[in-house]
Every structure is written in structure tokens, then in C-alpha cells.
Design a protein around this ligand. Structure first.
Ligand code: FAD
Length: 502
């Protein structure tokens, strides 16, 4: 039997006691210890924002949230939890979409938002070293005057932390151009589960001195330690960025369009994002960006947002205009319409139509989110098959499932399949799982392209990872965290033999 996270065994862990809170208060200033236990006196409602996830789907019962300011404070807290065998949930901006950032039971939340200082920036190399709790948007703003940009961008940029980004190996909207964090993160500083500080905060582009340990923490979802600092390579800001939204009459046109766009735009193509018609309609309905006119969207089954970033505005504009002209003038056009942004405001507005889908979905209802990698040619089929399946179960109607939508990062083969319902119910959950995971496995895809496993997909890891891989992952977890205190129950279950409290 495979465990669901909520059923994961926690007998090896101790709850926080009043004495523990006293000890935490000797490490941190009073304002950084939020606890419903004496000597602290925080109201339970004040902990809601740390106990509940962004989607309102996962709910923890932590009595205590700690907000350290320095790496040493993190280390001291973790040492105490290690000795006392208290579970810890590392938390950044709490924007994760798989329930990884909130407790399953009453683990202590270590929230990094007070660790928010830039440590250094080298405008020549573009290497930025920052505390893990820096918000992605604030780092973007910090380096903008130096004409650099962060190598990643995502809809949650106003809240998510760079540490959370690294812990989830976040993908986002720039992966097509700048690659994954496994490439751009040069070094990290981590507090290990026993409190030891691992300082790998190097700023070297090249360093082949044995195992590249930092890679293990990128995407580990807080299970191997708490990331406290990040060194990251930031690319020069493009001199010119432009975007266009293309309306397509059929999904079947997405692939040939992608090929054509890559051929014509080549080095200046920086994003190629897909939104199906329902996702687009929801974005417009919930005020995410300025919608196109009725005429512009007439007959469109889906949309693609193309972004270019390059070194010379006139050169890039010419290429984009040529592309549009050739697409619209073709004998059998792949698109019905294309709207080119004409101003910075319009550029942002077109992006909002794509970036705002996540927000729109959360306003529309309760979302079951499946962030999957499948072959591009199957994107539509996966959405349609899921919709048909829910219909066959009698669940596609008012009061149950409202919409099944698909959008995502075409350039990375990453589809966000969202099922939007009135409420989270066991009936819908059982209809969706393992159905979707089996569907993904049948296409040899990944059940998590970029959001991670968290508490949501722990029981489904075997659909994407072999037994050999899972066994190795468990050994790695055991090596780093033999007491099983770091983000317990996610995203793999440790072999708990010998972990019971003696
Ligand atoms: P949290 O949500 O706080 O934590 C996420 C996980 O990382 C948890 O397991 C937590 O324990 C761990 N963690 C956090 N901080 C640390 C740390 N310092 N050390 C160790 N572990 C830590 N994701 C994408 O990949 N691409 C997208 O395009 C994208 N778009 C999004 C759009 C919206 C509107 C929203 C709400 C979310 C989106 N996400 C996306 C998901 C989410 O924003 C990312 O996963 C983000 O990287 C999480 O960062 P965070 O600081 O909020 O981390």
C-alpha cells in the first residue's frame, strides 16, 4: 500500500512544547517567534497564513512559526529541532502549488521572509548573491539599474522567494531562453537537518571538484535542509522585448506554428506559451490583462503568446512583423489573427493574459492542478480525455466540475492541466487520480514538470520514477536526515525503521 501524505507516519516526531518555545525565544527576538504556546501569545488566526497554502487546499496545524534573520539563527533553531526530534517545514513565499510549504501535522514552520538582504552583485559577471528569503520581484528590481534580469520569471514573482524557487527548481516563463536553475544557480548555503551549515556559496562558473552537491538541494523541496543563501548568474537585460498573441483555429496548428516561429525568429525567440480557449476566457473574465476584440478572437480554439528578446529593437520588430505577415498571408494560414503589442503597457497586458491564468483559476473555483510533461502533440488529447472521463463519471456539471483547461509552456513540453470545481471533494479526487497519472505514464511523461511533488503527489511518484530511482532517493534522504525531521512526509517517505522515538 502506498501512503497518502496525510496518512504518513509521524510517530517519530515530537510536538513543540512550551519549553521548546522558550528555547526558540532565547535564539530569536520575540517578534520572530509566533506561537500559540506560552511564553508567546500569538492568536491562532495569525498563524493561518503560514498553515494554509496558496490554493486553500492544504491545511497544517502548526502551533509555532519561526522567522530567523541570519543563517546562524537558522542553524541554532534546526539544531534544537534535531535534538528534540521536532519536524520542520521550510517556508518561503508559500506560493507552492503542491502542498509542500505547509505542515501536514504540527511541524514547526521556519519562514525565511526576514532573510531578505542582497549580499553582493557583480555587474561585470552578473553574479548575484542573496539571502534565500529575497522576493523574486525585489531581486529583479535590484539588478534592473545594472541592466540585468533574473534568469527566471513566474506569475508568483511578487511573493515567491529565491530560496523557494531553488527548492522547487521553479521553471516559469524564461526557461526556454535561459535554461533551468540547475544551470544558473552557481552556489548555495544550506543548513542541514542537524544544524550544520554547508557553505557552498561560490561564485565560480566552473568547478569540477567532485560531486556537485548543490544540485541535490535544487528541487529537493526542503527535504534535505534549509537553503539560506543563493548565488545565481543573471543574464544581461535584452535591449528590446516584444510580444504578440496569436489566435489559432485548431490546436493541431500549435506544433507546425512552433516550428515556423522557431525557424523565423531563431535567436530572438524567448517564450512560446500556450493557452486554450477556456483558459483565455477565464483570464479575461477575471480581469487578467486586456482581452482582444470579438473580431480578433473569432473562431479561435486556442492562443499562443510569443515573446522576443534581442539586442536591436528595429531588427527584432522587423523579424516579428515579417513573421506575422507570412503567417497571415500563407495559403493555409496557421493563425486567424495576431495582435502585436505597441507599447510597454500593452506588452504587460498581453503577458497578463497568460501569466494571470493561475490567478484567474483560483478566482473561478477550487483547482485540481496537474503540472505535467507530455509530448507536445498530446497536449489537447490529454485535456479532452480528462474532460470526457469526468463527463462519463457524471461529474461535469454545475455544482461539481466547472471547467477542464490546458495552458502552459509549449517550448518546454509542459502542460498545466487544471480541473476547476465548485469544491474539493473526494469524488472528484478519486475520479482524477490515478486516472491522470496513468494517462501521463502511458505517454512516458512526468507527473510533475515544474511544481514538484510536495504533499500532493507523494503517493504517485512511482508513475514517473523507477523503483531503483526511488530507492536511491530514499537513501539520499536517509543520509542527510536520518531523524526524518526536514519537511516530513514530502515528497518521499523514509523507511521509518529505527526512527521511532526511543
Ligand atoms: P514555498 O511555496 O514557500 O515552498 C515551496 C517548497 O519549497 C516547499 O516544499 C518548501 O518547504 C520549500 N522551500 C521554500 N523555501 C525554502 C528554503 N529556503 N529552503 C528549503 N526549502 C524551501 N512554479 C513554476 O515552476 N513555474 C511557474 O510558472 C509558476 N507559476 C506560478 C504562478 C502562480 C500565480 C503561483 C501562485 C505559483 C506558481 N508557481 C510556479 C509555483 C510556485 O510559485 C513556485 O514553486 C515557487 O518557486 C515557490 O516559491 P516560494 O518561495 O513561494 O516557496
Amino acid at each position: 500500500r502506498r501512503w497518502h501524505s496525510a496518512e504518513a507516519p509521524f510517530e517519530h516526531l515530537n510536538p513543540v512544547t512550551e519549553q521548546d518555545v522558550q528555547q526558540f525565544a532565547s535564539i530569536l527576538p520575540p517578534s520572530s517567534v509566533l506561537s500559540t504556546l506560552p511564553p508567546s501569545s500569538t492568536a491562532a488566526s495569525e498563524l493561518d497564513q503560514y498553515n494554509n497554502d496558496w490554493m486553500g487546499k492544504y491545511h497544517g496545524k502548526s502551533t509555532t512559526v519561526l522567522k530567523p534573520k541570519t543563517t546562524q539563527q537558522v542553524s541554532d533553531i534546526v539544531k534544537l529541532c534535531w535534538e528534540r526530534r521536532i519536524g520542520i517545514v521550510p517556508q518561503g513565499g508559500n506560493t507552492g502549488l503542491v502542498g509542500g510549504s505547509v505542515p501536514i501535522h504540527d511541524e514547526v514552520v521556519v519562514n525565511l521572509s526576514n532573510m531578505n538582504k542582497v549580499r553582493s552583485f557583480d555587474p561585470v559577471s552578473g553574479i548575484l548573491v542573496a539571502d534565500a528569503g529575497c522576493i523574486l520581484q525585489s531581486l529583479t528590481d535590484y539588478i534592473a539599474p545594472h541592466h540585468h534580469i533574473m534568469p527566471l520569471d513566474l506569475g508568483a514573482k511578487g511573493s515567491c522567494h529565491i530560496g523557494g524557487n531553488v527548492a522547487t527548481n521553479a521553471g516559469g516563463l524564461r526557461l526556454l531562453r535561459y535554461g533551468s536553475l540547475h544551470g544558473s544557480v552557481l552556489g548555495i548555503e544550506v543548513v542541514l537537518p542537524d544544524g550544520t551549515i554547508l557553505d557552498q556559496l561560490t561564485s565560480l562558473r566552473k568547478d569540477n571538484t567532485g560531486y556537485d552537491l548543490k544540485q541535490l538541494f535544487i528541487g529537493a523541496e526542503g527535504t534535505l535542509g534549509i537553503i539560506t543563501g543563493v548565488s545565481i548568474l543573471t543574464p544581461p537585460a535584452p535591449q528590446a522585448s516584444n510580444n504578440v498573441i496569436l489566435a489559432l483555429p485548431h490546436f493541431d496548428n500549435v506544433l507546425p506554428l512552433y516550428k515556423e516561429v522557431k525557424r523565423q525568429l531563431s535567436e530572438i525567440l524567448s517564450a512560446f506559451e500556450f493557452i486554450d480557449r477556456t483558459a483565455y476566457d477565464l483570464a479575461v473574465k477575471h480581469g487578467q490583462g486586456r482581452g482582444l476584440t470579438e473580431e480578433e478572437v473569432d473562431g479561435a480554439q486556442c492562443f499562443v503568446l510569443v515573446e522576443t528578446s534581442g539586442g536591436r529593437r528595429d531588427h527584432d520588430e522587423e523579424k516579428l512583423n515579417d513573421l506575422l505577415e507570412s503567417l497571415l498571408g500563407a495559403d493555409q494560414p496557421l493563425i486567424t489573427n495576431g495582435v502585436l503589442s505597441q507599447s510597454p503597457a500593452q506588452f504587460s497586458s498581453l503577458w497578463s493574459l497568460r501569466e494571470g491564468v493561475t490567478e484567474a483559476v483560483s478566482k473561478e473555483g477550487k483547482a485540481y492542478k496537474y503540472d505535467i510533461s507530455v509530448p507536445l502533440s498530446t497536449f489537447k488529447q490529454v485535456v479532452d480525455v480528462t474532460r470526457d472521463h469526468l463527463r462519463s463519471k457524471g461529474l461535469l456539471h454545475d455544482g461539481a466540475v466547472k471547467h477542464v483547461i490546458g495552458y502552459g509552456h509549449v517550448g518546454d513540453g509542459n502542460l498545466h492541466l487544471n480541473v476547476i470545481a465548485e469544491q474539493y471533494t473526494d469524488e472528484i479526487q478519486d475520479a482524477l487520480e490515478p486516472f491522470i497519472y496513468e494517462l501521463v505514464a502511458s505517454h512516458r511523461g512526468s507527473i510533475s514538470a515544474e511544481h514538484g511533488i510536495g504533499a500532493m503527489k507523494t503517493h504517485a511518484l512511482h508513475f514517473s520514477k523507477s523503483d531503483v530511482s526511488i530507492a536511491l532517493m530514499k537513501q539520499i534522504k536517509q543520509l542527510f536526515d536520518p531523524r526524518g525531521i526536514m519537511n516530513p512526509g514530502k515528497p518521499i517517505f523514509q523507511d521509518l525503521n529505527g526512527l521511532a522515538i526511543k
